[in-house]
Design a protein around this ligand. Structure first.
Ligand code: ZN
Length: 683
């Protein structure tokens, strides 16, 4: 499972930097340019890999080889996303690098922009909406480029496109690019349609949804306590006799060439494993890639969960199933990382003190846990992102996905802090705070403490909030039905808000000052009352559970504190601003709402949950909505962001490797073209 943030949240919830304040800023840090370039609705950023140089040479070499293993799988994902993606990308790259048609400057510029988008989306469909995007250049221009490319080159580039002649192949490529109705959606989830036949992905070929469901239903043994994730690593199609067959992604099978390269780098990594446990993890993954045996994949996953002590860690394989409307087939991805020890201490301190937090919460004693255990979430620094984690990136990952493994062996939950930090840094100077924060003093406070308090709030939410409290005997987990998710998120958020302001946070060394929490209170209310509305279309209501939760909390405290003017909405020159007059009373209100929300959850009081959500979390003031959207649109902030990777170079002395250096110089197109060249291993 992945936790994803859209940049709007990044700029609204995570505001400005503050946590690096304690550390001395290096020259490198101060001169680091996070922003690379913008096109369409996308912004390309760079991230840093702090503390890489403090790792041992062995750890660095482990990361180096695992990174190469990560970079080899990119073309698998392109092909999984749609079978035309690779030929389209290769044709475009050839036109682009040979500057064919460049004399027509505006059409060529459009082609370059389209290619950049194809790189970003790992194909011709929008990475988030899954809709196919169309070129801005004309079909005539593109056909003339194909003409100039020449038949010999095209024959090679289109070798694997179906068709009896080159002319036929060319025509089908052009149709896929330019006809809106063809391969229109990568993943179709619309109820009542054949989801397989109408999805453009390449997990199935020439089969219907009914056939797929029958095929896999027949394989499953519903009494199995350790069920295999059938279908996870294969394409389902038909043989010449019309019989359903799986083409398994493995060495010697489909994607075999790419997989062999991945395995080669994994073997190189083996000699630098930090301990036997980690060595076992890599060995099991190699065995899985060699055999395609899904039982091996489960063994690998179990071994991976068990390795909690190694500093360096990685994911590499067929992991997430969001790209398949039936949730069976997994896209290829990889991420290599190492533990951020200072930040992980933060979550460990919270977990160790879980009982204190439970005992001192403003919740009725009947609803408190007598014995409370916090969850330790690891904070990591990513060193490389690949496949379905690149360039668009999650900020948190929780794996493995197989439920029976999670229940029996647990899971690893990580937050990728060098990515959230880069988001935060890139948001500086985008004009967001200048537009929406009430005054300079509040803005400065957010600059100073916003980033660190937002991290602490997330830690409290994840490590303690969700795990706190208990249901009264006989109350069902599902008693709040459709309102359950919103209430649960509100409960965890309120736990975090209430405790962010507690003197205990300074005492435990988690916050630098007793006033730091105010930055989180301010941005939380600004987001819940106003700025999160930028993600909703005019005329719509709030639907998503996290957004409802934030609206619920913000509107509830706004209303309950109205008599004392705790929180005010002020209008100046047609612009609305949040003003907080009394932070102490605001904290008391958060505590009151936490107590009530916990009561609702513990007693399963459906009617009270319904009222809270319907009254505070759903409706939008249309006038305010329009105002906020208009103000936001003027800032020109890209709604989606992605990252380019650093490069790693071996430093040799007298024929021996003595160090690995990290380098941030590569540009976006440069990196994409380099990957395309090195990956030419999927047909
Ligand atoms: Zn949550």
């Amino acid at each position: 499972m992945k936790k994803i943030i859209l940049s709007i949240i990044a700029s609204a919830a995570l505001t400005a930097c503050g946590n690096k304040e304690e550390n001395k800023l290096s020259d490198m840090e101060m001169n680091f340019k996070y922003d690379v370039e913008k096109f369409y609705d996308l912004q390309i950023l760079r991230y840093q890999v702090p503390e890489f140089e403090t790792l041992s040479l062995n750890q660095k070499l482990l990361i180096y080889h695992l990174s190469l293993a990560a970079e080899e799988g990119r073309d698998i994902l392109f092909d999984q996303n749609c079978k035309f993606n690779l030929p389209i990308r290769r044709v475009l790259e050839t036109i682009y690098t040979e500057r064919i048609g460049a004399d027509n400057a505006s059409e060529f510029a459009s082609l370059e922009k389209y290619l950049k988008r194809v790189w970003f989306s790992n194909g011709i469909h929008h990475h988030y909406s899954c809709d196919k995007f169309l070129p801005d250049f004309s079909k005539t221009f593109f056909n003339s480029c194909l003409e100039k490319l020449g038949d010999e080159k095209l024959t090679g580039l289109l070798a694997n496109v179906a068709g009896n002649s080159l002319a036929e192949k060319k025509a089908s490529l052009v149709d896929v690019m330019f006809e809106p109705a063809l391969y229109a959606k990568r993943v179709n989830q619309a109820d009542g349609q054949d989801l397989i036949a109408t999805s453009a992905n390449h997990y199935y070929d020439g089969v219907t949804q009914t056939e797929v469901e029958k095929f896999y239903d027949a394989m499953r043994d519903t009494t199995d306590k350790s069920p295999i994730s059938y279908g996870l690593n294969s394409l389902l199609t038909k043989d010449e006799a019309g019989k359903l067959v799986e083409k398994v992604w493995k060495s010697g099978g489909m994607y075999g060439k790419a997989i062999d390269k991945i395995v080669g780098h994994l073997k190189d990594a083996l000699s630098y494993a930090e301990n036997d446990r980690q060595k076992k993890v890599i060995e099991l993954l190699i065995e899985f890639y060699n055999t395609g045996d899904l039982k091996k994949f489960d063994e690998y996953s179990i071994a991976w969960v068990a390795d909690s002590t190694s500093r360096v860690d990685f994911v590499n394989g067929f992991i997430e199933t969001y790209g398949d409307p039936l949730g069976l087939k997994a896209s290829w991805e990889s991420i290599v990382n190492f533990k951020n020890e200072a930040a992980t201490k933060r979550t460990e301190v919270l977990s160790e003190n879980a009982q204190w937090f439970e005992d001192n919460s403003p919740v009725d004693a009947r609803f408190k846990k007598k014995e409370c255990k916090g969850v330790t979430a690891k904070v990591i620094t990513t060193a490389i992102l690949a496949g379905d984690c690149y360039p668009a990136t999650p900020i948190g990952i929780n794996l493995p996905n197989a439920n029976w493994i999670r229940e029996t062996y647990g899971s690893k939950s990580v937050t990728i802090e060098n990515i959230t930090y880069a988001y935060d840094q890139a948001a500086k100077g985008n004009g967001f705070k200048e537009e929406f924060v009430d005054n300079d003093a509040d803005r400065e406070m957010i600059e100073k403490y916003g980033y660190i308090t937002d991290n602490i709030h997330t830690d409290l939410h994840e490590c303690l909030g969700h795990g706190s409290g208990q249901l009264l005997p006989g109350v069902s987990q599902d008693a709040l039905k459709a309102y359950g998710a919103t209430v649960e998120e509100a409960r965890a958020d309120l736990f975090g808000l209430y405790y962010a302001a507690d003197p205990k946070m300074v005492e435990l060394g988690l916050l630098p000052s007793a006033d730091a929490y105010k930055a989180e209170y301010y941005t939380y209310l600004m987001n819940g009352l106003m700025t999160q509305l930028v993600r909703i279309n005019l005329g719509d209501q709030i639907e998503e559970a996290h957004m409802r939760n934030r609206a619920l909390i913000a509107h509830w405290v706004y209303e309950k504190g109205a008599a004392d003017k705790v929180v005010k909405l002020e209008k100046r020159d047609g612009k609305t601003y949040v003003r907080i007059n009394d932070y102490n009373k605001l904290r008391t209100l958060f505590g009151n709402l936490l107590a009530e929300i916990q009561r609702i959850k513990s007693e399963g009081d459906f009617e009270a949950a319904r009222k809270l959500v319907e009254n505070y979390a759903v409706n939008i003031d249309p006038e305010l909505h329009k105002e906020i959207k208009d103000r936001y649109a003027k800032l020109n902030i890209s709604p989606y962001k992605g990252f380019i990777n650093p490069t790693y170079e071996l430093v040799e002395k007298d024929g021996k490797v003595v160090d690995v250096k990290v380098n941030y110089k590569e540009g976006y197109a440069e990196q994409m073209l380099r990957y395309s060249k090195m990956n030419n291993n999927v047909d």
